[in-house]
Design a protein around this ligand. Structure first.
Ligand SMILES: CC(C)(COP(=O)(O)OP(=O)(O)OC[C@H]1O[C@@H](n2cnc3c(N)ncnc32)[C@H](O)[C@@H]1OP(=O)(O)O)[C@@H](O)C(=O)NCCC(=O)NCCS
Length: 218
């Protein structure tokens, strides 16, 4: 989605940046893992196919993809951005007749980063983009759905924490669909103040980060 191509979202533990060509090799490496293929119901792709996918995700109007970075690592400019990558998150508009409905997918790909609150922070980010006072792009999404493998208890537990309710179960695909409607009342009661979220221009932030260090002359 072009709407997020220059959007950087910063939280307490993570920085979300648009998925670009530089991220593809690491992403491809992750997706060679049979465990991640199973957990995310993904097919293995060649590196070339992964590049095509990245380009189509960038161009398509119905998909919004961010790469999740470790904020602490990213703050150190000597560490290349690719080495700060820990996962990704996607929003898909699934029903052309209802642009307020989106499907969410999240993956903390690097196992040592799981169970540390990153998944919750990223989910919170996307659910409440509409309600922050940071001026992030308004996508107009109010209803979120997520499809999760029936055996993926951790992910089911996480989304239930965000008040997602069971909508349907497919025994054929062995997956459950959960959904939530996000409104101001839910935001106030359940999640409180979201003002820790910041939005910046990705291009500028990346250029500043990559700029060579020039010592001040005395
Ligand atoms: C599912 C996933 C996104 C969760 O992100 P995470 O950063 O590991 O999770 P968090 O630390 O934010 O924890 C979120 C909630 O998940 C549940 N959870 C996380 N780790 C858990 C564990 N080891 N055992 C049981 N529940 C666990 C808990 O409900 C937790 O909330 P709590 O800490 O308040 O109890 C991540 O583990 C992941 O990407 N797994 C592999 C890919 C995948 O399955 N993606 C989902 C496809 S739909």
């Amino acid at each position: 989605m072009r709407i997020n191509e220059d959007t950087l979202l910063e939280g307490e533990k993570v920085v979300l940046v648009p998925y670009n060509a530089d991220h593809v090799p690491r992403y491809h490496q992750w997706m060679c893992s049979p465990e991640l293929q199973k957990l995310t119901a993904s097919e293995p792709l060649t590196l070339e196919q992964e590049h095509d996918m990245q380009r189509s995700w960038r161009e398509d109007d119905d998909k919004c993809t961010f790469i999740i970075l470790d904020k602490q690592k990213w703050a150190d400019p000597s560490i290349p951005e690719q080495e700060c990558m820990v996962g990704d998150v996607n929003i898909f508009l699934t029903d052309p007749s209802d642009p307020s409905l989106a499907e969410l997918e999240i993956m903390i790909a690097v196992p040592c980063y799981r169970g540390k609150g990153l998944g919750k922070e990223v989910t919170l980010f996307l659910l409440f983009l509409e309600f922050t006072s940071t001026g992030v792009h308004k996508l107009g999404i109010q209803k979120f759905e997520v499809k999760i493998g029936l055996d993926n208890k951790i992910t089911i537990a996480m989304f239930k924490k965000f008040h997602f309710q069971e909508l349907s179960i497919s025994e054929v695909f062995r997956e459950v669909t959960l959904g939530v409607t996000v409104n101001e009342a839910l935001q106030k009661h359940v999640f409180g103040n979201m003002d820790f979220m910041l939005q910046r221009e990705y291009g500028k932030a990346r250029d500043i980060r990559q700029a060579p260090f020039t010592p001040l002359s005395l």
